[in-house]
Design a binder for this molecule. Structure first.
Ligand code: C2E
Ligand code: MG
Ligand code: MG
Length: 709
C-alpha cells in the first residue's frame, strides 16, 4: 500500500471548508484523507485512520440493509451509494446520517479514489428546505429545532472533556412595552439588533452565516438561537470554570442593556438570564433548556437585569415536594389523615383543661407519619387550606362525640400562617361552626405560630376579633422563637401564650432558659395573658413551672399525644403527680427562684456521680467534685443563698450535710478508679441518704420562705 499522498492545496481547502464530514479512500478502501468535521462527528482522528482500512470505522455506519463492507462493495461495482444510516460515533453515541459515497476514476486505476460524505439526516427526514426548518426568519438565528440538535452534539462531545457547557435562556424584561409604544416593526428591529449583539458577544460571531443545516453535523461551537418572541437561548461551550461563565453572563447583560438606535430613537431594554451548566446539571438537551428557563424566572423574581444559576439540588427538592403534595392530596381524599390529642392540665388543681389536636398521616406503607415530615411542604401550598378545614371539622366532631359520653374537653387546633392570612378565614370558621350548633362557646381554640402573625398585624387583629365574637380563643404557639417585639405582644390580642418547648426542656439545666421562661411568664402576667408551658417531660419541670407561676402545662411528662379513642380512659385514670399538690398553695417571690434551682443543681450533681459509677464519664470538673464552694449548689449557697437566708437555721443546717456530700463524692470516684466497686457502691448508698437529708432540709427551708396564701 502506497503511503497516503499529501492533498493538493485545492483539495485541502475544500476539505477544510466543507460542512460535511468527509472521508477519502483509495480504490481498496484504505483511508487517505479525513477532514476536521469527520473527526468531530465520529471521534476518529487522523492518526487513528490514515492508512488503515475503512473497516475500522464499522461502528460508525450501518443501515438496516447494508453494512459498511456491503456499501463499499456496491460503491466498487456501481460507482456510487447513497442512503440513510444509523451510525454510532467512536464513543457509542447514536446518530442518523445520510451518506453519499462516490468513486472518482482516474486515468491510472491505481489513483482511483472513493469519497464518503456524511451529513445529518435531519432535513431529509423532514422533507423541508433546511433553512426554513431550522432558522428563525426574523433574526436568521437557529431556531429551537436546530438548537436542540446542536445541544445534543455539544453534550456528547463535552462528556469526553473536562470543560463546561453553559445553557443560557435570556428573556427581555420590558419588550412588551417597546412593542406597545413603538409598534411591532420597531420591536422586530430591536430583536435583530439584540441578536447581532449576542452573536458577537459569544464565539458565535458567525452564527448568522453558519446557520445552515449542514452545520448541525459539524463543530458545535457557541450558539445563539431564538426560541420565542423575545427569548433567546445561548450555548456556550468549552468553559474552563465558573468564573469565565460569570464574565460572559455579565457581558451579555451589559451588551443587551446598551441603548439601541432605531429610526432615530434610542431604545433601551434589559434582560433576565437563566443559566444552567452541564455536566453539573447532567440532563438531556430539552431538560437543560427547561432548567435554564426555570432559572430565568428566578432572575425575574429577584429583580430583572440579572442572571440566576439553576440549582440542580433545589430542583430535585422541588420535584420531591411536588410529588409529596400530590400524594398528600390523595391522602386527604382517601381519609388517611387522622388526629391525635395531647392533654393539657392544670398543675395546681390537677384538672384536665383540654386537648391539643395534632395531625398525623396514617400512611399505608410508611405507617404513622408525623406532621414535621409533611406539613412544612403543604404549608407553602393551597393544600394546607383544605387540610386546615379538615382538621378543625374533625376536631369539633370529636369533641362533640366525647361530650355525648359526658367528657367535656376544650380543643385547640393549630392553624398555619396561610390559613390565618386568608381574607375569608373568619367566614369559613363561622360556616364550619354552624354545623355544630350545640358546641359551647369557648370550646375551640386556635393556636397560631408567633412568627406567622408578625407579617400582617392589622389583618390578624381583625381575624382574632371576628373569631372571638364566635366564642373562639387564640393562643400564640411556640412563643419565644419568633423574635416578636413587645409592641407585637401588645398588638396581637391572643389570650394565651404557649412557652416553646425548647426552653422548657432545659429549664432545670440551663440558667439562660430558666431566665427566658421566667421572663415569658412575667410578660404574660404583665399583659394579662394566660400562659401554658409545652414540652413538660418530668414532674420536676412541672413543679418548677408551677412555682414560677405557670400552672397550665402539656408534655410527655403528663401524656403523649394519643388517638381519640384512648382519651376517655386517660382522663378517667389521670392522677396528678403528688409533688405538684405539695407546692400547690405556696406563693413564691421572683427573688427566691434561685433556691428552687439550687435544689435541682444538687440532685444533678449526685446523679452525675451515680452515672459515673455505672461506667459513664464523670461530667464534673475536679473542682466541682471536691470543693463544696465550687459546685453549682455551692455557688448559690455561699452567694445569693447566704445573703438572703443566712439568718435562718434551716439554711445553716444545710452546710454540714453539703460538706459531707463533697467528702463522699470524691471517695466514690477514687474507689471506682481503684476497681473497688463493692465499696464504691456502699458509699453511693450513703451519698443517696445524704441527698435525702439535703432534700428534706431544703424542703423545710422552702416552706419557711414560701408565703402560704
Ligand atoms: P406544636 O403545635 O407546638 O405541638 C407540639 C408538638 O410537640 C407536637 O409535635 C407534640 O407531639 C410535641 N410534644 C408535646 N409534648 C412534648 C414533650 O414533652 N417533649 C417533646 N419532645 N415533644 C413534645 P407534633 O405532633 O410532631 O407536631 C409538630 C408541630 O406540627 C406542631 O407543633 C404544630 O406546629 C404542627 N402541627 C401539628 N398538627 C397540626 C395541624 O393540624 N395543623 C397545623 N397547621 N400544624 C400542625
Ligand atoms: Mg400547637
Ligand atoms: Mg408549640
Amino acid at each position: 500500500m502506497a503511503p497516503p499522498a499529501q492533498p493538493t492545496p485545492l483539495l485541502a481547502g475544500l476539505l477544510q471548508c466543507s460542512h460535511d464530514a468527509i472521508l477519502i479512500t483509495d480504490a481498496d478502501f484504505h483511508i487517505r484523507q479525513i477532514n476536521r468535521v469527520f473527526t468531530e462527528l465520529t471521534g476518529f482522528t487522523e492518526d487513528e485512520t490514515i492508512g488503515r482500512h475503512i473497516d475500522i470505522l464499522r461502528p460508525i455506519a450501518h443501515d438496516d440493509e447494508a453494512s459498511l463492507t456491503e456499501i463499499c462493495q456496491i460503491v466498487r461495482t456501481r460507482g456510487q451509494w447513497s442512503g440513510k444510516l444509523h451510525g454510532a460515533g467512536k464513543t457509542g453515541e447514536k446518530r442518523q446520517m445520510s451518506l453519499n459515497a462516490t468513486t472518482i476514476r482516474s486515468d491510472d486505476p491505481a489513483d482511483d479514489a472513493c469519497v464518503f460524505s456524511f451529513s445529518s439526516a435531519h432535513s431529509a427526514e423532514n422533507g423541508e428546505h433546511p433553512d426554513l426548518a431550522h432558522i428563525d426568519t426574523l433574526t436568521r438565528l437557529p431556531n429551537r429545532l436546530l438548537l436542540i440538535d446542536r445541544l445534543q452534539q455539544t453534550i456528547a462531545q463535552t462528556k469526553r472533556s473536562n470543560l463546561l457547557v453553559a445553557v443560557m435562556l435570556m428573556d427581555l424584561d420590558n419588550f412588551k412595552t417597546v412593542n406597545n409604544s413603538y409598534g411591532h416593526l420597531v420591536g422586530d428591529r430591536l430583536l435583530r439588533k439584540i441578536s447581532q449583539r449576542l452573536s458577537r458577544a459569544l464565539r458565535a460571531g458567525d452564527t448568522v452565516a453558519r446557520a445552515d443545516v449542514t452545520r448541525t453535523a459539524s463543530r458545535p461551537g457557541d450558539t445563539v438561537a431564538r426560541v420565542g418572541g423575545d427569548e433567546f437561548v445561548m450555548i456556550v461551550t468549552g468553559l474552563p470554570n465558573m468564573d469565565t461563565l460569570e464574565n460572559i453572563t455579565n457581558r451579555i447583560l451589559q451588551l443587551t442593556a446598551l441603548p439601541c438606535e432605531i429610526d432615530g430613537r434610542e431604545i433601551t431594554v434589559t434582560a433576565s438570564l437563566g443559566v444552567t451548566v452541564f455536566p453539573f446539571d447532567a440532563v438531556d438537551a430539552e431538560t437543560l433548556i427547561r432548567h435554564a428557563d426555570q432559572a430565568m424566572y428566578q432572575a425575574k423574581e429577584y429583580g430583572r437585569n440579572s442572571y440566576h444559576l439553576f440549582d440542580a439540588e433545589q430542583d430535585q427538592q422541588a420535584h420531591t415536594r411536588r410529588q409529596l403534595l400530590e400524594r398528600l392530596k390523595l391522602a386527604l381524599a382517601n381519609d388517611e389523615l387522622t388526629l391525635h390529642y395531647q392533654p393539657k392540665v392544670n398543675l395546681r388543681n390537677g384538672k384536665v383543661i383540654g386537648v391539643e389536636a395534632l395531625l398525623r398521616w396514617n400512611h399505608p406503607d410508611r405507617g404513622l407519619v408525623m406532621p414535621g415530615e409533611f406539613l412544612p411542604q403543604a404549608e407553602h401550598d393551597e393544600l394546607i387550606l383544605d387540610i386546615g378545614k379538615w382538621v378543625t371539622r374533625r376536631a369539633l366532631t370529636q369533641v362533640m362525640q366525647w361530650r355525648e359520653h359526658g367528657i367535656n374537653l376544650n380543643v385547640s387546633v393549630n392553624i398555619a400562617a396561610r390559613q390565618l392570612l386568608r381574607e375569608d378565614f373568619a367566614e369559613c370558621v363561622q360556616c364550619c361552626l354552624s354545623d355544630f350548633p350545640d358546641l359551647p362557646r369557648g370550646t375551640l381554640e386556635f393556636e397560631i405560630l408567633e412568627s406567622s402573625a408578625i407579617t400582617n398585624t392589622a389583618h390578624v387583629q381583625k381575624v382574632i376579633k371576628d373569631c372571638e365574637a364566635l366564642g373562639i380563643h387564640f393562643s400564640l404557639d411556640d412563643f419565644g422563637t419568633g423574635y416578636a417585639s413587645l409592641t407585637y405582644l401588645k398588638e396581637i390580642p391572643a389570650g394565651t401564650i404557649k412557652i416553646d418547648q425548647s426552653f422548657v426542656r432545659d429549664v432545670l439545666d440551663d440558667s439562660d432558659d430558666l431566665a427566658l421562661v421566667e421572663g415569658i411568664i412575667g410578660l404574660a402576667s404583665a399583659f394579662r395573658r394566660i400562659v401554658v408551658a409545652e414540652g413538660v417531660e418530668t414532674p420536676e419541670q412541672g413543679v418548677l413551672l408551677m412555682r414560677l407561676g405557670c400552672d397550665l402545662v402539656q408534655g410527655y411528662g403528663i401524656a403523649r399525644p394519643m388517638p381519640a379513642e384512648q382519651i376517655p380512659e386517660w382522663v378517667a385514670g389521670f392522677r396528678p403527680d403528688p409533688q405538684w399538690a405539695l407546692w400547690a398553695d405556696a406563693h413564691w417571690e421572683m427573688i427566691d427562684f434561685p433556691l428552687l434551682v439550687a435544689q435541682y443543681d444538687h440532685l444533678k450533681w449526685v446523679h452525675r456521680i451515680a452515672m459515673s459509677l455505672e461506667g459513664g464519664n464523670l461530667q464534673l470538673s475536679e473542682a466541682e467534685l471536691t470543693d463544696h464552694h465550687q459546685c453549682r449548689f455551692g455557688h448559690w449557697y455561699y452567694g445569693h443563698g447566704l445573703v438572703r437566708y443566712g439568718h435562718l437555721d434551716e439554711f445553716r443546717e444545710l452546710e454540714a450535710i453539703h460538706r459531707d456530700v463533697h467528702k463522699l463524692g470524691p471517695d466514690i470516684i477514687r474507689l471506682r478508679e481503684a476497681g473497688q466497686h463493692e465499696q464504691a457502691r456502699q458509699c453511693m448508698h450513703d451519698l443517696l441518704a445524704l441527698k435525702d437529708q439535703m432534700l428534706d432540709k431544703l424542703g423545710k427551708l422552702q416552706s419557711v420562705v414560701a408565703k402560704k396564701v
